[in-house]
Design a binder for this molecule. Structure first.
Ligand code: UD1
Length: 424
């Protein structure tokens, strides 16, 4: 497996960086394409990521025709045939997010068998809200032999209150409800921009989804959906990662096509620290002088709160800012492993349950470190850019799930970074 080698210390990023379509948007969008009984669906601005290949395979496994034109960042799905209703373990086990095929599959086929997703390093991640919601829509759910089987001749619209605004559960229920009889109301729904993007696609396909981006979604069921073209929304987490990278290296970077509104929770924390963030015509510009930044307290929350997917990267920034910063992680219960790795680089931090206190401003030292999950891998690479000496980051399978050519983009901004195969 490859590793990334960074010569850190005095990296100062400058220039422009282009971001990709959002991983967390495209995965549910691909699941939604199986709802189209008529016509092909083409998604554009699709990022080239291992998670996208995995989801393509999950959909292909349903006997659906999926063509990925990487040169044009385009996926075309033809689900018009008689698709299968079983998503097997061999695909689903590779990626938790594949559970979002359950809702659309059940809605289209009246019967769906999806393997139960396995464990995850960042927390227990149950799917009870997905299943309870589908049951409320009239599905009968059984779990045997590691599979979830859902059956409903016809789903029936109802009001569902979600205990927690789960992103995946909202997506699953929204897709299931598009073909249900009558009206479904989802209260305390997730409000992430990726939910809005899914609603936009579904509505183009002929669905009637209202209220996406607010805490109440109303879905009026229709008889069938058809294929369309759709451009995937920009990746706010990739954009945010580069914004943090610029801030922690006293850089000056324009993150092209980044959407201000989507990154507001992050931008407000950067500004509170003293980072200069401005909205330009073609993106978001981040300028900073680390010596002048102040420590802050950050708490992760569902959108529009501070995103848990930016938590790890933001702790790398906290590590270079003089003083004591606090990070409170409320979304996942085990998402501080990157801090244990950063300890190998000399970071002083204390972790008490969901709270990490970071003693920033002391020089980090380069060290061999290991990615523990997707966003942790980015955080360790960012830390490597400001650490004295050489840092090597291994287990890049995590990075490749969500960042396209991350090292090349950082290199173009001035980082001394390269990717090599483990052997050479
Ligand atoms: C999505 C994102 C992930 C992000 C997360 C939170 C994708 C592909 N992934 O994951 O990058 O970190 O949102 O913003 O979009 N929960 C339950 N029961 C459930 C479902 C969730 O208790 O049925 C809990 C989870 O354990 C977790 C919290 O709710 O503690 C958030 O999970 P959720 O919003 O569902 O995240 P995902 O959709 O898995």
């Amino acid at each position: 497996m490859d590793k990334i080698i960074i010569e850190g210390g005095n990296t100062r990023l400058s220039g422009q960086v282009t971001i990709e379509g959002a991983k967390n948007a495209v995965l549910p969008l691909l699941a939604a394409t199986i709802l189209a009984e008529e016509g092909k669906t083409t998604l554009t601005n699709v990022p080239i990521l291992s998670d996208v290949y995995t989801m393509n395979n999950v959909v292909r496994g349903l006997d659906v025709d999926v063509a990925f034109d990487e040169a044009n960042n385009q996926v075309t799905v033809d689900a018009t045939g008689d698709i299968l209703d079983v998503a097997p373990y061999e695909y689903v086990s590779k990626m938790r997010a594949s559970i979002v095929v359950l809702g659309p599959l059940l809605a289209r086929k009246g019967h769906a068998v999806v393997s139960m997703p396995g464990g995850c390093t960042i927390g227990s991640r149950p799917i009870d809200l997905h299943l309870k919601g589908l049951e409320a829509l009239g599905a009968e759910i059984t779990q045997t032999g590691g599979d979830i089987t859902a059956t409903a001749d016809k789903l029936k619209g109802t009001t569902i209150y979600m205990d927690f605004p789960s992103v995946g559960a909202t997506q699953n229920l929204m897709m299931a409800a598009t073909l249900a009889e009558g009206t479904t109301i989802i209260e305390n729904a997730a409000r992430e921009p990726e939910i809005v993007d899914l609603a936009v696609l579904l509505n183009k396909m002929g669905a009637k989804v209202r209220g996406a981006g607010t805490e109440t979604l109303t879905i009026v069921g229709v008889d069938s959906l058809h294929g369309v073209e759709h451009d995937v929304v920009q990746d706010r987490i990739e954009a945010g990662t580069f914004m943090v990278a610029a801030a922690m290296t006293s850089g000056d970077v324009l993150v092209k096509n980044a959407i201000w509104e989507h990154n507001r929770p992050l931008i407000s924390k950067l500004m509170e620290m003293g980072v200069e963030v401005t909205e330009e015509e073609n993106g978001i510009r981040v300028k900073s002088d680390v010596a002048k930044l102040k420590p802050v307290t950050v708490k992760t929350l569902p959108h529009p709160g501070f995103p848990t997917d930016m938590q790890a990267q933001f702790t790398a920034l906290m590590a270079v800012v003089s003083g004591e910063s606090t990070m409170i992680e409320t979304v996942f219960e085990n998402r501080f492993q990157h801090l244990e790795e950063m300890r190998r680089m000399g970071l002083r931090s204390e972790i008490m349950r969901d709270t990490a206190v970071i003693h920033g401003g002391e020089h980090l030292q380069g060290a061999p470190v290991m990615s523990t999950d997707l966003r942790a891998s980015a955080a360790l690479i960012l830390a490597g850019m400001v650490a004295d000496g050489v840092t090597t980051v291994s287990k890049l399978n995590h990075l490749d799930r969500g960042y396209y050519k991350f090292h090349e983009k950082l290199q173009a901004l001035g980082a001394t970074i390269r990717r090599v195969s483990e052997e050479g």
